[in-house]
Design a protein around this ligand. Structure first.
Ligand code: 9D3
Length: 270
């Protein structure tokens, strides 16, 4: 159910978004958008997500979307024509590159971040192109796409799962997508750019594993200090790269000095 296609809808929200996905495996997208926040956003008409079979836009009777690479080499490459035809059928030959983002998912892309999710959440329209095989004819990246994105430095088999990741990250940011409680909760990377503190729930004693006493104490200031210290400790251990850009107080820096002293010294730091 989408309000976008509803002839009785009076006004278009300034925020609602349409997302088109181009793929040779449309069936892969059955589940991911039917749960939780993304499902609710769709039901509320905040976003409309349409998955297209790229083969529909092929010209020949075999619906060919790939061919052998010029210059030789392994495997097959996506032809440009079905992809250009698909995008042109959606937004025309000339589209407003401010309002429409055409995103090519590729291992050669810039790595997708929360900051990019926030910027893309302001667009009216997203078109995601999922590559497969050895890649996509470079004319798509050069003359059609507005963005080339990767989700990180590991080898996947295509752009479908990256597209799901990017859609989820963006849709949850659309105004109205989160419940009050969810939106009041601070983002993992919003707390001055460090990781979240550890969370515990009942029972206070699970098989002899006790929840830290301070959390049961009711001393709110002490709890806040403990959480900050544990968040810094977790960040130092698992994501030291984040500390270079993090917003840290004098107290944070003192805590970090302490924690660094407490870490076992490696041959590098001795
Ligand atoms: C970089 C590796 N390529 C050179 C041999 C081969 C290759 C590997 C994986 C070509 C295409 C793919 C398919 N991956 C994607 O399309 C992809 C992807 C990924 O593999 N990792 C992280 N993000 C992305 S976005 C699209």
């Amino acid at each position: 159910m989408s309000r976008r296609g509803d002839p009785h809808r009076v006004s278009r929200s300034a925020t609602d978004m349409r997302i088109d996905i181009l793929t040779i495996f449309p069936e892969m997208f059955r589940g991911p958008f039917d749960y939780g926040i993304v499902r609710r956003a769709r039901e509320r008409g905040l976003v409309e997500i349409v998955v297209h079979d790229l083969r529909t836009f092929a010209m020949d009777k075999h619906r060919t979307v790939d061919d052998r690479p010029f210059g030789g080499g392994e495997g097959m490459v996506f032809k440009p024509e079905p992809i250009f035809r698909a995008v042109e059928s959606l937004v025309g030959e000339q589209f407003d590159r401010e309002r429409v983002a055409v995103i090519l998912l590729t291992p050669q892309g810039r790595v997708f971040t929360q900051a990019m999710a926030e910027q893309l959440a302001a667009r009216e329209r997203l078109i995601l192109i999922c590559g497969r095989y050895e890649g996509v004819d470079e004319r798509v990246a050069e003359h059609l796409a507005t963005h080339e994105l990767s989700i990180g430095d590991y080898v996947l088999t295509g752009g479908e799962i990256p597209a799901m990741v990017i859609v989820e990250a963006i849709v949850r940011l659309l105004p109205g997508a989160l419940h009050r409680a969810e939106s009041a909760r601070r983002e993992s990377f919003a707390e001055g750019g460090i990781l979240d503190y550890p969370q515990y729930t009942r029972p206070a004693d699970f098989r002899g594993l006790r929840v830290p006493e301070v959390l049961l104490s009711g001393h709110h200031a002490e709890i806040a200090r403990w959480r900050r210290r544990m968040a810094l400790a977790k960040t130092l251990r698992n994501r030291p790269d984040l500390l270079e850009k993090a917003v840290l107080s004098e107290e944070d820096r003192r805590l970090l000095e302490d924690l660094q002293g407490a870490l076992p010294k490696t041959s590098e730091s001795r």
